[in-house]
Design a binder for this molecule. Structure first.
Ligand code: CA
Length: 235
C-alpha cells in the first residue's frame, strides 16, 4: 500500500514541484490551497504525512496544525511545516503546536525529501523498512514472503496486509471497524464478520510452524498482536 501525503500550500508553482517529487518517491498525493479544503481532505483521505505551509489565506498554518492535532484522523500524522520565516521564536512556536519538523523556504527538494524520510522513520519506524520483524515472525514487503521460526508461511493478500498492520502496532487493540478501515480501506463496504474470517485464516497459517498464537482476541473490543509473544519466543 502506497503512503499518502497531503500538501497544504497556496503557491501553485510550489505545489506542482512538491507533488512531482512526492509522487516520484512513491506517495499518493492530495493537495489543498487553504485550510478548509485541507481539513476536509484530511478527514476523507487520512494522509500518512502532511506538508503544511505557514502563511495561508484564511486559517493560518499554525491554527491548522492545532486543528489537525485535535482531530482523531490526524492526531498522530507527521506534519512538516513549510515556513518563509526564519526567526527562532516562530520556529519554536511552530513545533509547540505539534508539528514534527519545519523547513525554511527556499529549500532544496533533496533536503525536504531527506527531512520527510527522517520524520517518517522516527514517527513510524516500521513503515520505512522492507522487512518487518516481530518475535520469530518476519515479513518482506517487497517479495510478500512471510517466515516464522525459519519456515515459510503462505498467506493470501488480505492476511498479509492484516499481519503487516498488526505487527506495526504490537500491543495495541484494534476494533473490527478500525481493522476494516486500515486493511480494506474506508471506501470499501465489508461486513465486520469478514475480519474474523481473515484473522482466523491468519492464525491458522501462523500456527503451521508449531508456534504459539501471537494474536490476542480482546472480548468485546477486537484484536491485538500480543506484545509479550516477541519476548517469549526470543532465544
Ligand atoms: Ca503561502
Amino acid at each position: 500500500m502506497a503512503l499518502s501525503a497531503l500538501i497544504v500550500e497556496d503557491e501553485e508553482a510550489l505545489v506542482i514541484l512538491l507533488r512531482y517529487n512526492l509522487q516520484k518517491d512513491g506517495f499518493d498525493v492530495y493537495d489543498a490551497r487553504d485550510g478548509d479544503e485541507a481539513l476536509l481532505l484530511a478527514q476523507e483521505r487520512k494522509p500518512d504525512l502532511i506538508l503544511l505551509d505557514w502563511m495561508l489565506p484564511q486559517i493560518s498554518g499554525i491554527e491548522l496544525c492545532r486543528r489537525f492535532r485535535a482531530s482523531t484522523e490526524t492526531r498522530n500524522t507527521p506534519i512538516i511545516l513549510l515556513t518563509a520565516r526564519g526567526e527562532e521564536a516562530d520556529r519554536i512556536r511552530g513545533l509547540d503546536t505539534g508539528a514534527d519538523d519545519y523547513i525554511t523556504k527556499p529549500f532544496s527538494m533533496s533536503e525536504l525529501m531527506a527531512r520527510i524520510h527522517a520524520v517518517m522513520r522516527r514517527i513510524r519506524p516500521a513503515l520505512a523498512e522492507d522487512v518487518l520483524e516481530l518475535g520469530d515472525i518476519a515479513i518482506d514487503r517487497v517479495t510478500h514472503r512471510v517466515h516464522r521460526a525459519g519456515g515459510e508461511i503462505h498467506l493470501g493478500p488480505t492476511e498479509f496486509r492484516l499481519l503487516d498492520y498488526l505487527m506495526q502496532h504490537p500491543g495495541r487493540v484494534f476494533s473490527r471497524s478500525q481493522l476494516l478501515d486500515a486493511v480494506w480501506g474506508s471506501e470499501v463496504y465489508v461486513e465486520e464478520r469478514t475480519v474474523d474470517v481473515h484473522v482466523g485464516r491468519l492464525r491458522k497459517a501462523l500456527k503451521k510452524v508449531d508456534a504459539p498464537d501471537p494474536i490476542r482476541t480482546v472480548r468485546a473490543a477486537g484484536y491485538s498482536m500480543d506484545e509479550n509473544f516477541s519476548s517469549s519466543c526470543a532465544q
